[in-house]
Design a protein. Structure first.
Length: 116
C-alpha cells in the first residue's frame, strides 16, 4: 500500500519559516520524481517545487529563492524548506510522487497559514 504522509504545516508570521516533510512508504522512493503542490481556497492546485530521482529541481517562479526542495532517499522523505513566507503562500500543501509513466500518488495535505 502506497502512502505519502505530510507533516510540518502550521501557522507562521509573515517572514517566518517552516519545513514540510513527506514520508513515503510502499514505493521504490529513490527512483520516483517527487514534488510539492499547493491549493489555496478558490484556486487551482499548482506545482510549487519538484525534484527528480537524480536530484534535479524546479520551482514555481513565485517561490524561487525562498523555498528549497530536497530528498533523503535513505529515509524515503522529501522536504520543502520555506523561508520568507508571505500571506499569499497560505494554502494546503500536498506531496506528490510518481514515475514518468505513472502512476502518481498524493498525500492528504498539510495546512500552511501565513498570518500576523
Amino acid at each position: 500500500q502506497v502512502q505519502l504522509v505530510e507533516s510540518g504545516g502550521g501557522l507562521v508570521q509573515p517572514g517566518g519559516s517552516l519545513r514540510l516533510s513527506c514520508a513515503a512508504s510502499g514505493i521504490s522512493f529513490s527512483i520516483y520524481t517527487m514534488g510539492w503542490y499547493r491549493q489555496a481556497p478558490g484556486k487551482q492546485r499548482e506545482l510549487v517545487a519538484g525534484i527528480t530521482s537524480g536530484g534535479s529541481t524546479n520551482y514555481a517562479d513565485s517561490v524561487k529563492g525562498r523555498f528549497t526542495i530536497s530528498r533523503d532517499n535513505a529515509k524515503k522523505t522529501v522536504y520543502l524548506q520555506m523561508n520568507s513566507l508571505k500571506p499569499e503562500d497560505t494554502a494546503v500543501y500536498f506531496c506528490n510522487g510518481g514515475l514518468p509513466i505513472g502512476p502518481w500518488y498524493w498525500g492528504q495535505g498539510t495546512q500552511v497559514t501565513v498570518s500576523s
